[in-house]
Structure formats: C-alpha cells, structure tokens
Design a binder for this molecule. Structure first.
Ligand SMILES: *Cc1c(COP(=O)(O)O)cnc(C)c1O
Length: 454
C-alpha cells in the first residue's frame, strides 16, 4: 500500500500512563498476567492495559485521569451507560437493607417474574455468572434427557467450564492461535471431558444436519450463540436457524446462550429478534446490570428437574444476592420503561458502521464490518465473515495498530479483533463524532504501517 499518512504513528501519547503502569507492575506480582480476565491484559494489541478509576455515562476514566469514550460497556452489561441513577439508587437502597441473607428475598422473586415475562421462560434459576449459567443448563439438559453428549459450534464461547472449553472463541482466539479439531482450548481440560462435546461449524446447516443424523440420539443439547459475539460479530443465516430448530426432531434440547445478546438485541434478546424458540436460555451480563448475575431458564417441565424440585443438583451461596438482584431489576425495568431505546441503539450503531466504513475506504484500508443491534466488529479483511474460520483470517496486526490509534485518541475499543463492541443508550452525537474522527486518523496510521511494511 502506498498511502502516506499525515499522522505520525510514533507520536507520543500525550496522556500519561504512569499510574496504569505502576498498577500493572504491582498486579503482575500478585495476579497471573496482572488481570482477573485474560483479554483485559492487552496481549494481542500490546501496550499497557489501562486501569480504570471510574465510569460515568458513555465514559471511562483511568487511573491517570484520561477519559475514554467506552465501547466495552463492561463487556455488555452497561446497556444504559455507566453509573445510571436508577441502578445506582437501587443498589444503595439494597445495601442499606443488608448485603446478603443466605435466605430468599423479594428482589429475586421480582426479577424472576420480570425475566419470565420478557423472555417467555416459564421458570428461571439465578446464578452468579454466565459460566455458571451455561454449565448448569448443560447439566440440566443431560439430567433431563439421560444423554451425555452435547454439541457446540466452533468459535462460540460459553464461559470457562471444562466441557465448554472446546473450540471456544474470544479470549482463546486472542491468546492462542491454533485450535485443533475438537481439542480442548485450554490446558487442564482432560480429553475425556472434551470428547463429550461435539463441535460443528457455525452457519453450516448441512454439517449440523449430518452430525445430528449420525449422533443425535445421544446428544442431550445443542448450545449456541444466537448471534455470535465471541469470535467478533457473526450473524446466523436463515438456513442455519432452521437447522437449529430441526435438532429437536432427535429429542435434543436447544439451548440459546444469550449471555451477551439477552436484553441487548431486543427486550427478548437475539431469540426475540430472530424468532427462535429454544428449550432453555442462558443469561448473564445485562441481567445483572453490572453486578455478578447469571441465570438459566425455560420450560417448567425441564426446569423442574433442578434441585430441590428435581434430581439435578445446582446451588450457590450468593445466588440471588440482593445487591446483584437490585442492579438487574433496575436495569431491566429501565429497559422496559424506554421502549425507544433499542431503535436508538440500532440507529447509532448503523451510523457508526457507515462512518467507519467510509473512514476505512478513504484511508485505503480493507475492512469488513459486521453489526446487528448495538453489537459491531470491524474485521481487518475483505470478508464476508460468516464463520470462525473466516474471522480467523483477519489481519490482527493491522487491528492492533488501529486499536492503539483509537486508544491514544480517547476511544476505548475492545482490545481484540475477535470481540464485539457494545453501544449504550447514552452514546450520542458527541461520542459518534469523536469516535469517527479518531477512527479516521487511526485508519491512516494502519495504512502508513502497511505502506512501511511493503
Ligand atoms: C460472557 C459470556 C459467557 C460467560 O459469562 P461470564 O459471566 O463471563 O462467566 C458465556 N456465554 C457468552 C455468549 C458470553 O458472551
């Protein structure tokens, strides 16, 4: 590429990162890699991870006092923006009522009723993370069907339970490049566990039909991301959705992992948006409004297999915690009270996608932008990107240059090519213009970088 840039990509950042560097040094001494969840470490984009001090509205402020337009939204939960008054007030009120009872309380009943009403689930069980939700839903599916195999899709991420760390996306794609066929994506997962999880390609209805014909009778459940966020955004094709519905003909349960998409792509998640009817669904992220909550739910006939009603054991010391429930309740209520929100999120994201595409075109950088609702990924390649295999062809070095360019200009994008970004209800014109200006300059740096390499 011969585009020359007016922007010097080696320009000093201007903003200090001294406090983040000092915190990262201390963190690395006492925590593996200095972080409590891998993608936060910036391994695939380089540079020092920013340690955050506070968050408000559409903005994060780091330990050095630098403010960023935030596109992570805590990886999804903050659909209303940070520090939303209704959520904050609900949590403060709950804290004054006592932080944990070890006995049931009214907030978990309220939230369960609200979740059932919005999603169509008949019964729901609260846990403390998305990982717990998917792990528990699969145990339930096995208990209900009496079968031991499950099926997932390449590049879909369902949390870090043993049997689900097989061909998993996101942090694993970012940190380790080669994933073998149906091999564990992590050390410490025995092959014996991994073998209980069959893997098929996302958006390949023929492969799914074939596998179900051969093994369907022994498969308890098919678990899937109805819209994938964890390989970057991938949209399901109509044929693939039909094939998903057909798995039921084999007595196999359909489990929608809506941990990321639930309450985000519509009031009833991706399922509602796409017209899917799963047997069980898993939630996380938004359902806790920024506090640790997960949930799984669905048909009563299946859910009644869960203890103490049924034989499938599942428990949690802090499950249904009143603080966590209060944040979830306030968030879901605010979503209910603002029926125009989803249209606003879609409109912002559409303008963001168009602006980014135009900026990339002007700079002569090839990108493929996948987006739906308030989720979006800029893949550094020509596309189309419909599968994990497609996504893996992206130019991650170019992405890293772009990411750093955005960060230096005050835009905090997801620090990995294989993630979605998340728009919130308080992202408006000011944030959009600032983002597109930063993106234009960052794309020029990518072009200059590619020119320098050629
Ligand atoms: C984030 C995520 C999970 C895991 O949730 P945690 O709360 O991080 O354990 C599971 N499935 C999907 C689709 C996710 O996006």
């Amino acid at each position: 590429m011969t585009v020359t840039s007016k922007v010097d990509s080696t320009q000093p950042s201007g903003a200090s990162t001294a406090q983040s560097e000092a915190l990262f040094d201390r963190a690395r001494r006492v925590t593996p890699g200095g972080v409590n969840s891998p993608v936060r470490a910036f391994r695939s984009v380089g540079g020092v991870p920013r340690f955050m001090a506070s968050a408000d509205g559409a903005y994060l402020t780091d330990a050095d006092g630098t403010r960023y337009v935030d596109y992570i939204g805590s990886w999804g939960p903050m659909i209303l923006g940070h520090n939303h008054p209704a959520v904050r007030d609900a949590v403060v009120q709950a804290a004054q009522d006592g932080t944990s009872f070890g006995a049931p309380g009214w907030r978990e009943v309220d939230l369960a009723e609200l979740v059932c009403r919005v999603t169509g689930a008949q019964k729901v069980r609260f846990v403390n993370s998305g990982t717990e939700a998917t792990m528990s839903a699969l145990r339930l599916a096995r208990g209900f069907t009496g079968r031991k195999y499950t099926l997932k899709f390449r590049g879909n991420y369902h949390g870090h339970a043993d049997a689900l760390l097989v061909e998993a996306g996101s942090g694993l794609m970012t940190n380790a490049d080669q994933l073998g066929t149906a091999a564990p994506s992590s050390a410490g997962v025995p092959d014996e566990y991994a073998r209980l999880t069959l893997v098929s390609e996302y958006n390949d209805p023929q492969a799914l039909d074939a596998l179900m014909r051969e093994r369907g009778h022994e498969i308890a459940a098919v678990i899937f991301e109805p819209v994938v966020g964890n390989a970057g955004v991938l949209l399901p094709t109509p044929d693939f959705l039909s094939a998903l519905h057909r798995v039921r003909e084999h007595g196999t349960l359909l489990i929608a992992d809506e941990v990321m998409t639930g309450f985000r792509l519509s009031a009833n998640g991706a399922t509602g948006r796409l017209g899917l009817t799963p047997d069980l669904s898993c939630w996380g992220k938004i359902i806790g409004g920024g506090l640790p909550v997960g949930a799984y739910g669905g048909r009563a006939e299946i859910m009644d297999f869960v203890s103490p009603q049924g034989p499938v054991y599942q428990a949690g010391t802090l499950s249904g915690n009143p603080l966590a429930m209060s944040a979830g309740l306030a968030t879901l209520q605010a979503l209910q009270d603002d029926p125009g929100l989803y249209a606003r999120l879609d409109a912002y994201t559409e303008r963001l996608a168009q602006g980014l595409q135009a900026a990339a075109d002007e700079a002569g950088v090839t990108v493929c932008i996948n987006h739906v609702g308030s989720m979006l990924t800029v893949f550094f390649q020509a596309g189309p990107v419909a599968t994990y295999t497609d996504a893996a062809r992206s130019d991650t070095a170019a992405f890293a240059v772009w990411f750093q360019g955005l960060l230096r200009r005050g835009v905090y994008w997801a620090p990995s090519q294989f993630e979605s970004i998340f728009v919130s209800g308080v992202h408006g014109d000011t944030e959009l213009q600032a983002t597109l200006q930063a993106a234009r300059e960052a794309f020029l740096e990518v072009a200059a970088h590619a020119g320098a390499d050629a």
